[in-house]
Design a protein around this ligand. Structure first.
Ligand code: SF4
Length: 218
């Protein structure tokens, strides 16, 4: 289990938590595996991407932290990265449409429940949409901090933790950026518009979940 600051009891707890979560994910027909750190996650993802394929990504802090976004730019692949800075809204939209035609889609996730579900909340839906339709293979990279007991805790994680931080990160003019607390706003700049739960493997998509023994993303 990666990370140097964990106590032995925390390490033990996380090992048990990861065991439960991987077992449940597999029961729901997802591929699931644990790797100890970001470096191992990087290698695990890179070896699953053959040269010549079309690979796309949604917005994800985790993928950047693991070093994949920079590395994929240098691979001999067709890399589609709509959220890369400096694109016009029209360019972003055109790339998002191409995302759905890619071979492999990489993503983080907002929460993983210990009973094996992936939960995500999105503003436009492109990130969550490509997790279940379009690309035949999806690879999700997630830190230990994304594991929650159940769906109630997953929704709470979004309201209490993820939503306000993402709104701040994206410079939105929403009430949560003023207060740090979600008020289930009606702001035109609201980012929490589409909730998607992958309860089981989507029929046309193989989803591999790589759990990393570190805290990653928000
Ligand atoms: S619903 Fe609105 S207030 Fe709540 S986290 Fe999302 S953007 Fe912020």
């Amino acid at each position: 289990m990666g990370g140097t600051k964990m106590s032995q009891w925390q390490t033990w707890f996380h090992e048990k938590q990861v065991e439960r979560t991987i077992k449940a994910l597999k029961k729901n027909s997802f591929e699931a595996l644990f790797v100890p750190d970001s470096k191992a996650a990087f290698e695990e993802v890179m070896k699953r991407i053959p040269d010549g394929t079309t690979v796309s990504v949604g917005g994800s802090i985790t993928l950047g932290q693991v070093g994949l976004l920079d590395a994929l730019e240098k691979r001999k692949i067709n890399f589609i990265f709509p959220m890369k800075q400096g694109k016009t809204p029209e360019e972003v939209h055109a790339l998002i449409q191409k995302t759905f035609l890619s071979d492999i889609y990489l993503s983080g996730t907002n929460a993983i429940t210990e009973d094996g579900k992936l939960f995500n909340v999105d503003a436009t839906g492109n990130r969550v949409g490509a997790m279940f339709i379009g690309p035949k293979k999806v690879i999700v990279v997630a830190g230990l901090n994304k594991i929650v007991p159940d769906m109630e805790a997953a929704e709470e994680r979004i309201r209490w933790w993820v939503g306000p931080q993402n709104a701040k990160r994206l410079n939105r003019k929403t009430p949560c950026v003023e207060t740090g607390v979600c008020s289930d706003c009606s702001s035109p700049e609201r980012i929490c518009n589409i909730n998607v739960t992958l309860r089981k493997k989507p029929s046309r998509t193989d989803v591999a979940v790589i759990l990393v023994g570190e805290n990653l993303g928000i």
